[in-house]
Write a protein of this length. Structure first.
Length: 162
């Protein structure tokens, strides 16, 4: 029996799919309702377009910076761009930001799952299940997670477009 050797690095396509998935995120489920509640008539379209432009520009800028410093962690990149104490503060701020963002995303996806799939389940149990999935993802290989993300990306895009 032959051994299967997997690449230990992600391809450019897998990276682009991961970035697109992060940009789309869970907000696409809640955004139409929030925009409809807070805008009048066609104003919501302008909000979506403006938000899309802001996200595209920021993702493009981050991609350009990361491309200049290949295979370096965030702290090393930030410490070459700014002084080391400020780089530490920036790294801590990003860590706190992404921890809060993860909590928000878990809450939103739990609410959406409860509304559409599990109406009788308590919200806390649904959120706990998603926390278990995240814990599994943290302790497994990141390449596996990225490839799983790439597997479900076409389904996510079809749902997003519809």
């Amino acid at each position: 029996m032959k051994k299967v050797h997997h690449k230990s690095q992600i391809s450019d396509g897998e990276f682009m799919i991961s970035v697109a998935s992060i940009v789309i995120g869970v907000g696409v489920f809640q955004m139409p309702r929030l925009i409809a509640e807070n805008t009048i008539a066609i104003d919501g379209v302008f909000v979506i377009i403006l938000y899309g432009i802001i996200v595209l520009v920021s993702a493009w800028m981050m991609g350009k910076i990361i491309h200049q410093y290949p295979r370096q962690p965030f702290f090393e990149i930030s410490s070459t761009l700014i002084k080391r104490p400020f780089a530490r503060i920036l790294t801590i701020m990003f860590g706190v930001h992404f921890a809060l963002l993860a909590g928000y995303e878990i809450r939103i996806i739990s609410i959406v799952t409860q509304q559409y799939l599990l109406p009788e389940a308590p919200l806390e149990i649904v959120a706990l299940l998603f926390l278990f999935v995240i814990q599994y993802a943290l302790f497994s290989s990141s390449i596996t997670i990225i490839r799983l993300n790439a597997l479900f990306f076409p389904i996510v895009m079809i749902i997003t477009i519809l």
